[in-house]
Ligand binder design. Structure first.
Ligand SMILES: [Zn+2]
Length: 362
């Protein structure tokens, strides 16, 4: 029994007649000319009115019970009807449609009764319908991991997290992020350059959703390229973007395993991550140029860079080499693709690793 109905029954059976009984003069003044209708006699507090009030007041405590019995009766009637009806022989398709339409209506009203009963039972025991709804970690896929036939973003992130866990990058991001970034490692003249690069990195992060951009970080070993790319990775991961970090060596190893690997390769999580090289929101290729390129790696690198540009997925490449050396190692085709669609950040000469060593020993 819904509370609002109980409240209404209470108001009708108690408040109004009680008011009429307690202040008949006021009620009479209000309802003076209404004849001898029973309702009016109630309002006027007349003899019949008192009797009706008495009956109503006596009946009131039984209202919920009556409602309950009526509801149960309606439910069992509907159930009996459903069980007893057998589909007859239909002469025409229209007859069949009409029969099943009526059946459907019957079932709908039974369902409505059952739903109301469920709500009442929940309410009686101090619960609401909300409590029946499962609370999902990911409401988008309702924790199934799939939206239709597509893997959900939470699934992708869980897989990437697994990769991170295995590559220990999660620990690295705890240490290497914008909070830990310091200009003090750089010479005074280099700080301005680094301020520009950090600002560019922040703009890259802020515009990540709206603007398709790629970054190429160039500079000597220890100039802070990996640190800055880790800062970017952390910020983007924290805002729910999928990030895959691979050294160039790992990338080529992964690509060759995926292309030449046997059946057993399916079991390796790295191989399972193969599609994310093309699909993840940001791919970081660290230390490009440290591996020994051959015609296979060159073609795979072009495939990777080109595919991500076509899919408008951002890529961040860092390298210890300069443009000329990269051009020598890879083809003009790759370099012209990179130069035309990447923002190049040239890092200063300072070697932070040596600076850190020096300062810790002095
Ligand atoms: Zn999901």
């Amino acid at each position: 029994m819904k509370r609002k109905w109980l409240l209404l029954a209470f108001l009708l059976t108690f408040t109004l007649p009680a008011a009429a009984l307690l202040s008949p003069d006021v009620m009479k003044a209000l309802w003076w000319q209404f004849g001898s209708d029973p309702a009016v006699s109630v309002l006027r507090g007349e003899h019949w009115g008192r009797i009706i009030c008495g009956v109503l007041l006596t009946a009131m405590p039984f209202t919920p019970l009556a409602c309950f019995l009526l509801e149960r009766a309606a439910l069992s009637r509907a159930r009996r009807r459903r069980e007893s009806v057998k589909p007859p022989e239909f002469a025409t398709a229209e007859e069949r449609r009409a029969f099943y339409r009526e059946e459907l209506n019957g079932l709908s009203s039974e369902l409505a009764l059952l739903l109301a009963r469920r709500e009442d039972l929940l309410e009686e025991h101090g619960y609401s319908l909300e409590d029946l709804r499962p609370s999902y970690v990911c409401p988008d896929c309702q924790d199934t991991g799939y939206i239709g036939a597509e893997k959900c973003h939470c699934f992708l992130q869980a897989e990437i997290n697994l990769l991170y866990h295995q590559s220990h990058l999660q620990d690295v991001l705890e240490r290497e992020n914008f909070h830990a970034f310091s200009y003090s490692w750089y010479e005074a003249s280099d700080r301005e350059i680094m301020r520009h690069h950090v600002m560019d990195a922040r703009l890259f992060i802020e515009g990540f959703e709206k603007e398709f951009r790629n970054l190429l970080l160039l500079g000597k070993v220890g100039s802070g390229k990996t640190f800055l790319s880790n800062c970017i990775a952390k910020e983007l991961m924290d805002t729910g973007h999928s990030v895959v970090y691979l050294t160039a060596f790992q990338l080529f190893q992964l690509l060759s395993k995926a292309v030449f690997g046997g059946n057993d390769s399916r079991e390796e999580p790295e191989i399972q991550a193969y599609p994310y090289i093309f699909d993840c929101d940001l791919l970081i290729i660290d230390d490009l140029g440290t591996e020994l390129p051959n015609s296979f790696t060159v073609s795979q690198l072009f495939l990777c860079i080109n595919e991500r540009i076509l899919r408008r997925r951002s890529t961040l490449i860092s390298s210890n080499l300069d443009i000329g050396a990269l051009e020598d190692l890879y083809s003009d085709r790759i370099l012209s693709r990179i130069i035309s669609s990447y923002t190049i950040l040239q890092f200063p000469e300072t070697d932070i690793r040596i600076q850190k060593k020096l300062r810790s020993t002095t």
